[in-house]
Design a protein around this ligand. Structure first.
Ligand code: ADP
Ligand code: MG
Length: 312
């Protein structure tokens, strides 16, 4: 392969919307042994659609549940929030300006909580409802949750303090078209591929299967700090973030959508930001893929491998 200089390599990548913070990072890209992908918004598009919504316990109608979901999710920037808001609008919910979520708090890796109509409302995953002691729902509903997540969906609940869970939903994301071939190219180059997610095991397994990852390469139900610990455990004892000589070092690259993945991106040898949050994530990443196309990752690693031959 033709060797490239730092500046030629950086120019070639920049031309394709890949922002790399300097030649030493580009060189690092040629020494990656493990690629860790975040799931939502990274291997998937993060554009969700609502596949199921059920009232639980009968205290609120479907429309009332949708209205609450929209009020709760409107201030949130999580990829699945936009889907819940637009699903409510599609079913005729009009968000009045006088009703809003007060004391809106994001519960990282779990969901959101806020006060609406003088009631404390929670929206999020089973982990959240177990933690707050509100996961008391009949078997029938837990069976649905298992069924929906086995189909690859992300299952969520809505509950009110003092009342309990009033509804459950399932949203579905789409896998990026190029994800399976990117994973198989990495495998062919002997690069280990790992997927991390805050989502449940069922959804994680369904996505993993479709992109060619077996169970041993998938870690689910992780909080942002769990992702950080996982990535740093892969790195072993190395604390040198940008070693200038890589002799035998196995570099860990982490790709994330930048919103929840910031801590893990920072601890990886190379942090790559992409997806909706990429523009905001330029600061804390080493590499930014401006147009969120995963094949750009392969391109950068390829250029990185070529650049090395000239500096030796
Ligand atoms: P991922 O690792 O897949 O990017 P996150 O850490 O962003 O996931 O979130 C983990 C899980 O927390 C989501 O799968 C979802 O179940 C729940 N969650 C996070 N934010 C919200 C929200 N705003 N509304 C509802 N559920 C949420
Ligand atoms: Mg994410």
């Amino acid at each position: 392969s033709t060797p490239v200089t730092y500046s030629a390599g950086l120019a070639a990548t920049a031309k394709r919307g890949i922002i790399i913070k300097g030649g030493s990072r580009l060189e690092c890209l040629g020494h990656v042994k493990t690629v860790v992908f975040d799931k939502t918004g990274t291997l998937t598009t993060g554009r969700f659609s609502l596949s199921h919504l059920e009232a639980v316990g009968g205290s609120k109608s479907r429309k009332e549940i949708l209205r609450l979901l929209a009020i709760m999710e409107a201030p949130s920037s999580h990829p699945l929030s936009a889907c819940l808001v637009s699903a409510a609008k599609d079913e005729g919910v009009v968000l009045s300006e006088t009703v809003c979520a007060l004391q809106h708090t994001i519960l990282k890796g779990e969901g959101v909580t806020a006060t609406v109509d003088d009631e404390r409302v929670y929206v999020g995953n089973a982990r959240l409802f177990r933690r707050i002691g509100m996961y008391n729902i009949p078997q029938q509903y837990t069976d649905w949750a298992t069924e929906w997540s086995d189909e690859g969906g992300t299952v969520g609940y809505i509950g009110i303090e003092g009342v309990g869970i009033i509804g459950m939903y399932c949203v579905k994301d789409t896998i990026r078209e190029e994800a399976p071939s990117v994973v198989s190219t990495l495998h062919q180059s002997d690069v280990e591929v790992i997927m991390l997610t805050g989502d449940g095991q069922g959804a994680a397994r369904a996505v993993g299967t479709q992109i060619g990852l077996d169970e041993s390469c998938i870690q689910s139900q992780l909080l942002p700090e769990d992702k950080l610990h996982y990535v740093s455990s892969l790195k072993g004892s190395s604390t040198d973030r940008h070693p200038s000589l890589y002799g035998g070092k196995k570099l860990i690259l982490m790709v994330g959508d930048g919103v929840n993945d910031a801590p893990a991106l920072t601890v990886a040898d190379i942090g790559v930001a992409m997806g909706e949050g990429a523009a905001l994530a330029v600061e804390m990443s080493d590499v930014t893929l401006m147009d969120s196309n995963l094949t750009k990752l392969l391109f950068s690693m390829d250029i990185g491998a070529k650049v090395i031959t000239t500096v030796k």
